[in-house]
Design a protein around this ligand. Structure first.
Ligand SMILES: [Zn+2]
Length: 307
């Protein structure tokens, strides 16, 4: 059990309800949900090669917002960052964004939407981002440049993403690929080297490197990598990628204040991922940072009225 570390008034940003927690607030920073019509996946398997690679197997689960809320209740997760899918078609991104925003608006502050766009120069991407922000989006993700038809090394796309993040206080979340190790559907989303170049070019932008940032924590032994203090690492998919001792190694190398609990639900259950962190052998302070406190700070959910 974790000690009571956080005692704070929690006010969801959309202001629809106010909840008070007198204990650690548990936040899952990485989940995926799909609108009901996309659960009938055949049409979308034809329309998007990455979706087909990840969800072509009928056993690959697709969850709705209702499924996720039930999972949160079962796993004791208070707040969840919801993402859709990194569609290669801008119209599908918009439909997915609509569903995320609507689900979050109806969740009483429990779901925090991260939306997706294809960051091509021109008005369309910017307008969509601004529309989503007006309806409660707090970040962009999970972005998969290699699958969405742009290179992060391409100045225009990277500039647009960094610019909106700065202007609107957004967090960017990228799927980062391990350069080594076993292959799996959807592994390639963003090469680690491109991710690193983005971080170097935009060190002031808060960025989540999903799936332990493709292994970037290990490179924090290099001083120039350690100097990038606005990059955070989520634990999404960890049981499928790394031995459990990654928690102690990553905390030692990158610091517990740079790691956030992410499950990749429904790929991995929130309960399972939370349990793996609880049983990681980390001290209570590190666990509290990872399970909620870092996320609250990143999402500016701790309104800090002095309790
Ligand atoms: Zn991912």
């Amino acid at each position: 059990m974790l000690p009571i570390i956080t005692c704070l008034p929690f006010e969801p940003l959309n202001g629809r309800s106010q909840q008070h927690y007198d204990r650690l607030v548990i936040v899952d920073f990485h989940t995926h949900i799909f609108p009901p019509e996309m659960q009938q996946r055949d049409e979308y398997l034809r329309r998007d090669a990455t979706f087909a690679a990840l969800y072509g197997n009928p056993k690959a689960k697709l969850a709705t917002a209702e499924d996720l809320l039930a999972s949160m209740d079962a796993a004791g997760v208070d707040i969840t960052v919801v993402t859709g899918f990194a569609w290669g078609d801008g119209d599908l991104c918009v439909r997915s964004n609509d569903y995320l925003l609507e689900s979050a608006a109806n969740s009483g502050g429990r779901l925090i939407p991260f939306v997706n766009v294809i960051p091509q120069p021109g008005e369309a991407a910017l307008k969509e981002i601004e529309r989503c922000i007006a309806s409660g989006a707090r970040g962009l993700g999970e972005l998969r440049p290699a699958d969405q038809g742009y290179a992060l090394a391409d100045g225009a796309a990277a500039e647009l993403l960094a610019d909106v993040a700065r202007r609107y206080g957004l967090v960017l979340m990228f799927h980062v690929s391990e350069p080594v190790g076993h292959r799996y559907p959807g592994k390639i989303g963003l090469p680690l080297e491109e991710f690193y170049r983005f971080l170097v070019a935009h060190p002031d932008v808060p960025v989540i490197g999903a799936h332990w940032g493709g292994g970037l924590p290990f490179y924090t032994l290099m001083p120039e990598v350690a100097a990038l203090t606005n990059v955070y690492f989520d634990t999404a998919g960890s049981p499928f990628l790394y031995l459990p001792k990654i928690y102690s190694h990553a905390v030692e190398l990158a610091g517990a204040e740079r790691i956030v609990f992410g499950s990749d639900y429904p790929l991995i259950s929130q309960q399972r991922q939370r349990r793996e962190i609880e049983e990681s052998g980390l001290d209570d302070q590190a666990k509290a940072l990872i399970l909620g406190e870092n996320a609250m700070q990143l999402l500016k959910l701790n309104v800090g009225t002095g309790l």
